[in-house]
Design a protein around this ligand. Sequence first.
Ligand SMILES: [Zn+2]
Length: 272
Amino acid sequence: MVVDFHSHIYPEKIAAKAVVSTEAFYTIPARGRGTPEDLAAAGRKGGIDRFVVFSAAAVPAQVVTINSYIASVCAVRENTGRAGADKAGGPAFTGFGTLHPDMENPGGEIERIVGLGLRGIKFHPDMQKFNIDDERMMKIYALLEGNLPVIFHTGDYRYTYSHPARLAPVLDAFPRLTVIAAHFGGWSLFDLALEYFRERRCYFDISSSIPYLGRRRAEELIRIYGAERMLFGSDYPIWDPGECLKEFLELKLSSAEQERILSGTALEILDN
Ligand SMILES: [Zn+2]
């Protein structure tokens, strides 16, 4: 069983534009088209059983539309239960919702998100342009604590919105908030992240990281944090999930560690 905990999807009519702006943001060419159909095909080809899918709202007005869209895609691709495949025999999709610090009624939208069957929230502070430790976010974290898991994009040497130093105090202030810090806790700040998160309670995904870390350092960081805190993820459409899986399987890890990272940690979070 393989769960890809980090993938972005967009409606067909805006996918091409969204992919181009993601490429511009990260200055690398994307491997995928960014649509649910393309992701499902990549999963079938690459051996992925389940994707956690999301999309971040750049402005408050997009929140409701995006959450309804993600839920509608997941309804077709069966977002509940532990079984791997949807009715069409492809990978299953589990949706995470989006919120924005400037939105009017986050509490109401969180209730709607739960009602829609979405299973967590994705924040991209660098693209949504807010600091993780922003005052406006504190009431949102309070609403999410003990309710829905949260995955943050973390780390970018060009900005400080998602700096590990901003996430650390949030972890301290909300001890029951389930947090996944993407990209080993800090893209391009991998070793710095270690200083903030080694002793704190949070999970990590390994997406968009191994090409920058190299195999040896990726293995070391997984050992330092512990496989029980790590999740496999591709960051589709930037990367191809099947190629990411191959890259992950080339790491020198035990089969117990592999199993934990490919599905064990994910099921622990999603089943809670
Ligand atoms: Zn992401």
